[in-house]
Design a protein around this ligand. Sequence first.
Ligand SMILES: C[S@@+](CC[C@H](N)C(=O)[O-])C[C@H]1O[C@@H](n2cnc3c(N)ncnc32)[C@H](O)[C@@H]1O
Length: 268
Amino acid sequence: MANSTIDSEGFVTVAKKKSVKTRRFLNNCPLTTHETESVELDTCLKNILKAKRDVESSSFFNSFITFLAGITKELDKSIAEIVCFGLGHISSCKAAQHQLGLLLLLEEQFHCPVEVFDPVFCSVEENVIKELKLKLSPTNCEGKRKPVLSGGCTLFFFPHCPKELSNNLLYTNWNPRHIEHCILYSNSFEKIRLDIPFRFLKSYHYLLQSQEIVEEVPVPNIFHFPDIFNDLSLHYFPSHLRSNVQSPFWESPEPNYPASETEIVGNG
Ligand SMILES: C[S@@+](CC[C@H](N)C(=O)[O-])C[C@H]1O[C@@H](n2cnc3c(N)ncnc32)[C@H](O)[C@@H]1O
């Protein structure tokens, strides 16, 4: 069994056999439920709206919208829905507040429903989501969520989330009819494939195989706080890549992750 400790930045250090250690980014705001409950709803909302203005006035936001517009133009689909996983503690965490700020700006831009889920939300944070008129998802789907199939596509927004979420999302939509309606804003698939040794990626079949069909657009990390939108990319699945693969490619066994390496919060 691996031993885990959480340091002051919210990184989990997993000590494996002997001195081998890996550092997993679990959540950069390790607050207890008790601490987050004590934060007032009004203060939270004020901080989130301030973060939203901060993102809105940034050249990062302009460049994000420009990249996204390029993708929707190429796919010839508008954004009909946004699904967000893993914002983290929006009551207290600067990264989560700015990411939520971006999400609110995208809602205004596309006038579409936005659904949000994070298993760490405390009741104040759930009330913040409701107060902002976003839909709080009642269930933990572990990333196994289908997109809208008519009237456009779904933007899945899950910055700095466990790679099981990406792999599960790909697994659930691993067929040409569903995947063409998905755009993902998440940790760069390319960076995951390059940074993590292959032996640790064996359970992530869909993340590995997606390189045949995915177009990845890195969104430059030009926001003034360097640790909020870093290492994130937009991913989509253009028809010329989808049509290159043969039918066995789309076979989709259910993923199964080694318990000692799993970062996702399951619904069990
Ligand atoms: C490393 S934190 C990222 C937080 C924030 N987005 C950031 O960039 O700092 C990963 C987040 O994924 C969330 N998470 C874990 N399992 C999840 C699940 N099944 N569905 C949605 N979010 C999940 C965690 O609760 C945590 O808030």
